[in-house]
Every structure is written in structure tokens, then in C-alpha cells.
Design a protein around this ligand. Structure first.
Ligand SMILES: [Fe+2]
Ligand SMILES: [Fe+2]
Length: 369
């Protein structure tokens, strides 16, 4: 119930902002929405003392609850906020109708200019600034960290549900253990979360994809009987496999058509770039760096980057590659529809022993319902 109420506040804020950008301020719809929004914010800020909202990528966080998979109206609100440099807003107890109205007009791009941006019970600003070429400053608060973790948990849970297929209750509860293992690892590695947030600021999809790949690799590791510390190490490596994409332009990452030769060459740099980034970080082991470098090298040594060494690659790289291809095919992309599970599996089976390490691939298939 509480989460529902908080969602009501943010969706009413989105509606009010949309209304003031379309209708004159005397319009009945504007008045109604502002009155309702004021009442809701007043109720929640009295209950909580201060009502906090945060906006990151395509996600909103109200109080301590993350909201993912938002409606177009809410996404539009987040964009408007971002245009005005607002990543977080706090509404204090005692907020008046007048100041809320001015705030809504400011976000909606109405009459108020930056000069009038002063409110007694509202504060807003950025969560963090990302320095060129540097790390996210250490100012990232513990509260924000836990928000990222909760956001990640939601993504992981929904993925697990879809992996398990509808009505497969047993597998969903197995999934909860999985999430717990991944979350435990994430909590211990604050710096790596910073890295993911940096990647999220660059390309939201890559982070969702990385989380999906992480869960699929953790599932494989548990299925193969790895002990828990190794499961976490493998999960961490999978989570970070695409960090090198933070230097690839978004137009290439999300291009609706085929990449031309130059673009493909640029894209193919991300494994080496990722390894370079991870070499400088303390990931607890070299595994994330190795997996970042090797995850596009296929079992038959085609793929990229070109490798000269003989002998087997890391099993973690093979496992990540399987998860990577599975998630990529199952997800909608601007250049391709998402494929259903049967089609995905039948395409992937053709790569057994060529693209994918055959024994690990067989074990992976056992995981799918
Ligand atoms: Fe990749
Ligand atoms: Fe990937």
C-alpha cells in the first residue's frame, strides 16, 4: 500500500508537469491536478518528514522504493528533470500550494525562470557529477548505493521470473537464492557499483543487459556445483563484462541498422577497453578483466579480439559468452525484434562446438525449462 501511494505521487507529478506544459494555468485540469498533487505530497512529507525522489536513467526512486519499467509520461518527466539538471528532489513538511505550483511550472518549462528557483520546502539538484575520465566522486551516498542495489534486485527478479517461465514456482524460489548471492557480492564491492552507475549514465540498456548476463552466469555456476565464493566471483566478472562499452558512442550502441565497417571496428574495441579499465580497479581477482577481454572470442577462436594463444580460455569467459548471446537474442533492440525462447535456443544450438564450448553449452540448456 505504501509503495502504491508513493508511486501515486510521482505519477501525479508527471501528469501535472505535462498538464502545465499543454494547458493555460487557468484550465480546470491544471488546477485539479495541482490540488491533488499538493495533497499527496503533503500527506507523504508529513508522514516521512521529508519526501525524497531520485531520477536515474529511466528509473525513479521515491523514498526508498525503485520504480522501473515506467510509462511514457513518467519517462518524459525524467527527461524534463534531466534537462533542468534535476536528479533528486526533496519535499519538506509544510510545503505550500504556491511553491509546489512554481516548481511544477519550472519543470514543465512554463513561465518561471531559473532566477525564481527558490523554494522554502523544496530542494533539488544533482546526485553526482561524472568527471571526464575520472571516477565517480566518493560523494555517492550510502542511500544512493542501496537504491542502485534495490533497482538491480528488481531487474534480477523480473529476469528470473521470465527465465523460469510462468507458473514455475519452484524455480522462482530458487531464483531468490540466486539474487541473494549476487546482491551479497554487489554489497561488498562498492567501487564496482560506481563503475556500473557510470556505465548506466552512458547507456542504460548495457547495465540491464549486464545484470541479466550476471544472473544467467550465476545460475550456470550454481548448476555446475561451484562453491559460493567462486559463484560470486563469476557473477562479478559477468556483471562487468561490457564495462568497455562506456567509451563507445551511443549512436553506435543503439544504431537501428547494421554497423558499417568503421563502426564495427569501434564496437570491437570494447573488450580490450574493458580489460584496461578493470586492470586499474581492485576487483578482488583478475577474472573480471579476463572475461571482459575474452567474452567475444568464440570457442573456435573466431570473433574478436584476434587472439594468438593456444589452449583453453577461462570457463568463465565461455559461460559469459553463452549468457551474453542468450540475453542479446531474447531482448528487443532498435535493430532487431526480441526472439522467443524456442527460436533463441534453436539458433544457439547451431553454434554448439563452434561458437560455444560444447559441454558448458549442454549444461546451460539443462537450466532452461
Ligand atoms: Fe560485449
Ligand atoms: Fe554483452
Amino acid at each position: 500500500m505504501k509503495k502504491q501511494d508513493l508511486f501515486g505521487v510521482v505519477s501525479d507529478l508527471a501528469l501535472a508537469v505535462q498538464a502545465v506544459s499543454v494547458y493555460p494555468d487557468t484550465h480546470q485540469r491544471v488546477q485539479e491536478l495541482l490540488t491533488r498533487l499538493h495533497q499527496r505530497i503533503k500527506d507523504e512529507s508529513e508522514r516521512l518528514k521529508t519526501l525524497h525522489m531520485g531520477f536515474m536513467g529511466d528509473h525513479a526512486i521515491v523514498d526508498e522504493f525503485p520504480f522501473l519499467g515506467l510509462s511514457p509520461t513518467l519517462i518524459k518527466l525524467i527527461r524534463r528533470m534531466q534537462e533542468r539538471g534535476i536528479e533528486k528532489v526533496s519535499f519538506g513538511e509544510g510545503i505550500t500550494f504556491g511553491e509546489l505550483k512554481r516548481f511544477v511550472y519550472y519543470v514543465g518549462g512554463g513561465k518561471e525562470g531559473a532566477a525564481e528557483m527558490r523554494w522554502e520546502h523544496i530542494t533539488c539538484g544533482r546526485i553526482h557529477e561524472i568527471a571526464e575520465g575520472g571516477n565517480i566522486p566518493s560523494g555517492l551516498s550510502p542511500v544512493m548505493r542501496s537504491h542502485v542495489l534495490q533497482g538491480a534486485a528488481e531487474v534480477l527478479k523480473s529476469l528470473l521470473t521470465s527465465l523460469a517461465g510462468e507458473g514455475a514456482g519452484g524455480r522462482v524460489s530458487e531464483g531468490r537464492d540466486l539474487v541473494a548471492a549476487v546482491m551479497k557480492g554487489l554489497r561488498q564491492e562498492g567501487m564496482l557499483i560506481d563503475r556500473l552507475m557510470r556505465l548506466q549514465a552512458h547507456d542504460d540498456y548495457t547495465v540491464t543487459h549486464s545484470l541479466n548476463v550476471c544472473v544467467i552466469v550465476v545460475a550456470q555456476a550454481i548448476h555446475l556445483g561451484f562453491p559460493e565464493p567462486q559463484v560470486q566471483e563469476l557473477g562479478m566478472a559477468a556483471l562487468l563484462h561490457d564495462v568497455g562499452k562506456e567509451t563507445i558512442p551511443q549512436e553506435i550502441l543503439n544504431k537501428p541498422g547494421r554497423l558499417d565497417a568503421g563502426e564495427f571496428e569501434r564496437m570491437a574495441e570494447h573488450p580490450a577497453t574493458g580489460a584496461k579499465i578493470l586492470r586499474k580497479l581492485d576487483c578482488g581477482s583478475d577474472l573480471p578483466m579476463i572475461v571482459a577481454f575474452e567474452h567475444h572470442v568464440k570457442y573456435d577462436r573466431s570473433g574478436y579480439p584476434a587472439v594468438r594463444f593456444e589452449g583453453a580460455m577461462q570457463p568463465a569467459s565461455y559461460m559469459t559468452q553463452i549468457a551474453d548471446v542468450y540475453d542479446a537474442l531474447r531482448t528487443y533492440r532498435p535493430y532487431r525484434k526480441s526472439l522467443d525462447r524456442e527460436t533463441t535456443i534453436s539458433i544457439m544450438k547451431e553454434g554448439r562446438g563452434k561458437e560455444f564450448e560444447p559441454r558448458l553449452f549442454d549444461r546451460f540448456l539443462e537450466l532452461l525449462p
